[in-house]
Design a protein. Structure first.
Length: 154
């Protein structure tokens, strides 16, 4: 409530200002707590999109170079490495997904250690990569036919 003061000045009392600040603080705290899981889920979904994009990049690289490309999943190091299958020293891309990255994932699991992508678009085997953070996860699958899909986990 606006009050007319001693010299005709108008303003809010200290009690009204304190109550307003306390209510704003409570609303901000509730908002941050409610948005925490949403931010974590967005990180996992974003990481799954990036991994799928990296796999598509590896496929295109195999076609362009006309030679097989190897995608290696290092679960312990929380990274994905795209390299030449025959020349092991040629690394095209390394994607870090652990705590040292923007994604800060705590789960990176693959059904196999690596997959070979051939210039004809096929893959040497089916590979499923599971990415997760605090119980929320997504899977990225490469089939032998060369299809790359992002799957929800049950």
């Amino acid at each position: 409530m606006l009050k007319t003061g001693f010299l005709g000045h108008q303003g809010f009392t200290m009690v009204e200002m304190a109550i307003t600040l306390v209510v704003a603080g409570i609303v901000a705290t509730v908002g941050v707590v409610a948005l925490g899981p949403a931010v974590e889920h967005a990180k996992v979904r974003s990481a799954a999109n990036v991994v799928a994009g990296d796999l598509q990049y590896a496929q295109a690289l195999a076609v362009r170079e006309r030679r097989p490309i190897s995608v290696v999943v290092d679960s312990a190091g929380m990274q994905l490495v795209i390299r030449d299958r025959d020349e092991l020293t040629v690394v095209y891309r390394t994607r870090v997904l652990g705590s040292d990255s923007d994604f800060s994932l705590d789960l990176l699991f693959a059904t196999g250690a690596s997959v070979q992508l051939f210039p004809n678009g096929l893959a040497g085997s089916t590979l499923t990569i599971t990415l997760g953070l605090r119980g929320f996860s997504r899977r990225v699958r490469v089939t032998r036919a060369g299809q790359i899909r992002i799957l929800r986990t049950p």
